[in-house]
Structures are given as C-alpha cells and as structure tokens.
Design a binder for this molecule. Sequence first.
Ligand code: PMP
Length: 360
Amino acid sequence: MHRIDNFNAGPAALPLPVLEQIQREITDYNYTGMSVFELSHRSDTYESIQAKTEARLRELLSIPDGYRVLFLQGGASLQFAMIPMNFLGRDQTAAYVLTGVWSEKAVKEAQQFGAVRCDEQAKAGGYRTIPAHLDVGLLEGAAYAHITSNNTIYGTQWSSFPKVNVPLIADMSSDILSRPIPVQDFSLIYAGAQKNLGPAGLTVVIVREELLAKANQHVPTMLDYNVHAKNNSMYNTPPTFSVYVMGLVLEWIAEQGGVTAIERQNAAKAASIYSVIDEHPEFYVGHAEVAARSAMNLTFRLRDEALEKKFLAEAKAKVFVGVKGHRSVGGCRVSLYNAVPAAAAHRFAEFMQAFARQHQ
Ligand code: PMP
C-alpha cells in the first residue's frame, strides 16, 4: 500500500483504519445493498448514522444538556456570516479577538451586520502571540465575543480560554477534538470538518439553546440556525457521506482513548519538531512565541532563505507533503492533526535534524 507523510493544513490526513472501513463498506453499507452515498437522508439507516455521529461527539467533548449539535454546509467561512446575521443586531456591537487571517475574515463579515470592536494585541506583533488578557472595554455591552482557538496559518493556539461575561463564540476549525475543551464556557463552537473531523463539505456547530432563543428573526431560511435546529439538520439534504465518515473518525478517536489521550499524542508529536527548532536557534526560527505555539500547525522558517528553498525541495523529494507555509506567511508549516501518525512527525523531525547538521 502506498501512503505518504501528509502534513497538509486541510483537507488533511484521515486515520487509515477509517479509510479501510469506508473501503469495505463502499458498495454495501450494513447490508443495505447500497453505499452511504446512495442512501436517502430520510431513511432510518441514515438517521441512525447521523444520530450515532452526534452521540459520539457529545460523549467525546462532554457536551452538556442545553446544547444543540448541527451538521451544516458552507464551510467555516459561512459561519463567519451566519453568526452576526443571527446574533448581532444593527445597533449592537460584537467583540472579535484578532489572532490571524481567519479571524480577520470573520470580522469582515460581521461588519456587514453591525458594529465590531477588535482586540488587536496579536495583530500588532505580527500574529506571533495570543493575548494574555482581554481589555474589559472590548467586551462592554457586546452581543458576543469571538475567538479563533487555533490559527492555522500563523501556528498559534489558545492554551486556555478567556473568561468573559458575554456569550463566547469560537472558531475551532483547526483544533476541535485535539484536546478536551470546556464546552460549557462557550455559547457557540463551529468547525469545518476537513482537518480533525472528516471530509470537506460538513461544518459542525455546537450551540447553546439560550443563544438560539435570542437569534434574529429575519434571516434567510438556510442561514437560520433555528431552522436547522428545529429540523434536526435535515431541513434540506445534509452532507450525508461526510457525516458518516465523521462518525467513523469519532469512533477512531474513542479507540485511541478519547480526547485526553489524543491531546497527549499531539503534544508528543509537536514536541518532536519544536525541539529540533529549539536546538538549532541559529538555523531554524519558529514563527509563534513559545507560549502561543500550536500543537496542530507548526510554523517556522530557515534563517537562510536560499537554504529554505533547498529544505522545501528536499522535503518534497523525500515525499513529505504539505510543508510549504501558507502564501501569506511564507516559510514552512507542518500540520500535525489527530490522524497524522507519530512516526510521520518523528521522520520529519529527523529530516530537520539531519538538514541542520549538514548545512551548519
Ligand atoms: N477557520 C479556520 C481556523 C481555518 O483554518 C479555516 C480553513 N483553513 C477556515 C476557518 C475556513 O474554513 P472553510 O474552508 O471550511 O470555509
């Protein structure tokens, strides 16, 4: 079998046992004589797939009662608009913590619907940090506060979350299920599936019922959270195959020992690469400040630009895929989502170690 060390930022690596199960079930799912692609979303079989996926998510993240889980489409990017459309009135203000490109995009959408106040501490320093404290003025009278738990492009991550006295909303697209999270501290969590949850085409939303009750009334049907909640995410055809695969991914996470065990594995994977950066400060430079480092997306550059080109070319030749940094930051980025095996991270760390030794 030909599998590669895949460090793509998303869509990204999926667990091999999940792919193998899909392969086994692709022509005949559970004696239905058809694939999940071909099932009606109104069938009992699909309903049970979706219900199981939801139940597994609730269990893994310890989602308390009083929250709805929604399976939507449009990517995390549509959430940037749906959130203010539903929860920000024209005469209201929302607070956004700018920690990277994706939070900037979220702000741009919110500004179409109401006033926005931004925390710019991280932006001022080139997005290397996560703010230690939020200004009280930022939150005063805000309809909600929005954060991005992991910044896929800059490689920074909130290690703990701010306690705020307004509804807290988080884009967790690039680190959901990578660690335990205090769901009860959030009013809404959203994530595009294509990093830690499964295939693209599915967006998961976990939303507190109290927030749903406060939503604006005049929202286009497909963009109205309450419509999706009332219809159990089946107002229209949900992304059935992606929901099925997400269910398999969640089962795999449970088999790994749940999110606490996954967090330990992720920390060890990330440490194997960060330690090479730290051992060779004259050769490699990490983008994120140490305290803000992400365990999911590791961003760094080589001090010597010509050598960086050579490094990327050699990484490619050794079939490490997805190592080139995002076009807006440059340098290198290695994404170590849940499904990236520890052995892949170690192989890459060894490559970095050997490259530094060879060129110093
Ligand atoms: N937020 C974050 C943190 C992301 O990493 C991404 C995608 N890389 C997005 C939002 C946008 O997601 P989508 O492509 O699903 O709209």
